[in-house]
Design a protein around this ligand. Structure first.
Ligand code: ACO
Length: 311
């Protein structure tokens, strides 16, 4: 008697075993993974742009070298994740075409501008801090190639977070002008960072099913709360103020309460109407067009090698 593939799949997921590319999986599970992993890959690639903006203006050689390394890591994460999505049958050309046409989503956070050097600190501290909060649990996601990619990615994200916090520490302990810059960056990034975790659970169409499949290990609201709880003491240590008058420790809940998120702003940014959406897509389209000769040359070279090997 042949085993029921759905039952096998359910048992594996329940038993915390990983689903591998050649295993049977329900089509909606495959589609959800392609959606999430490709969006994640796009976020890493578009995420290079706001910081790339500051590489030539880093205040010292050391800062420049660290920022360059970080942005290169993000390119690596994107490529890793595209490969993970390819194991599910997605084509890289199609994923990239969907990004460039505006069809595919990527994280809302990368549609905000980077106005001062302090933004490099705030992005590392807060954006990468939020990314780690979301991605460490994904090391236990049910799809093997995604879980394994996350292990290395999280190690690198942890370095990114520290380099950002170190920039914030330097600014917060510097001249008044430097501390003001750090506070201004925190003011501008705080709320968009809370939006990174996605809509509230009761407005998140994908969470319940993704939790059942163990693709997601925590809900959007759970991760957002964990992030706020971890970050408030870090802001206090810096002597900076989180721009939320409703932020307050709630003894009974054992968590911080925080103010209302502007969900209209979030959906506008997701729909393509954020401050930098158009600029980000144009930069990606331009880079892709300018790289065409490299792709062509690499293909011709691969063909030549193949012919040589056949002889
Ligand atoms: N920016 C843009 N779109 C978002 C965001 C966001 N911050 N949050 C949610 N969305 C989109 C979802 O992609 C989904 O769109 P779709 O159904 O059309 O594909 C829709 O809003 C509804 O959201 P959810 O039902 O909550 O979607 P999901 O279960 O996929 O949860 C989340 C969203 C938390 C981002 C999840 O996909 C995830 O954990 N992804 C992996 C991490 C990741 O992509 N991080 C990227 C930023 S970090 C970095 O790159 C450094």
């Amino acid at each position: 008697q042949t085993p029921d593939p759905q039952l096998q799949f359910d048992l594996k997921v329940a038993d915390e075993q990983r689903i591998e590319p050649k295993d049977w999986m329900p089509e909606p599970y495959r589609r959800t993974l392609i959606r999430q992993i490709s969006q994640h890959a796009h976020s890493e690639i578009v995420g290079m742009l706001p910081e790339g903006n500051w590489i030539t203006r880093a205040p010292s050689l050391r800062r420049k070298a660290v920022l360059l390394a970080k942005v290169q890591d993000e390119a690596g994460h994107g490529l890793y994740l595209y490969s993970a999505a390819e194991t599910l049958g997605a084509s890289r050309e199609q994923m990239i075409a969907d990004l460039h046409s505006g069809k595919a989503k990527y994280s809302s956070i990368f549609n905000y501008p980077t106005l001062s050097w302090a933004d490099m600190g705030a992005i590392g501290w807060l954006v990468d801090g939020a990314a780690i909060m979301n991605q460490v649990p994904l090391c236990r996601t049910s799809y093997g190639p995604y879980a394994r990619a996350m292990v290395r990615i999280c190690k690198e994200e942890s370095f990114h977070q520290r380099q950002g916090y170190e920039i914030m520490m330097t600014l917060a302990n510097g001249l008044k002008e430097q501390k003001d810059m750090a506070q201004d960056a925190l003011n501008r990034w705080w709320w968009p960072v809370l939006m990174m975790f996605g809509p509230k659970d009761d407005e998140s169409p994908n969470t319940a099913q993704s939790m059942q499949w163990k693709i997601k290990r925590f809900t959007n609201d759970e991760l957002r709360q964990k992030f706020v709880d971890a970050t408030v003491p870090q802001a206090e240590y810096l002597g900076l103020t989180i721009p939320d008058p409703d932020l307050k420790w709630n003894e009974a809940r054992g968590h911080y309460d925080f103010g209302a998120i502007n969900w209209d702003e979030f959906w506008e940014v997701v729909k393509g109407n954020g401050p930098c959406n158009r600029q980000r897509l144009e930069a990606r389209q331009k880079a892709h067009a300018e790289g065409e000769w490299v792709r062509e040359a690499a293909l011709v070279y691969a063909k030549k090698r193949e012919m040589r090997d056949e002889r």
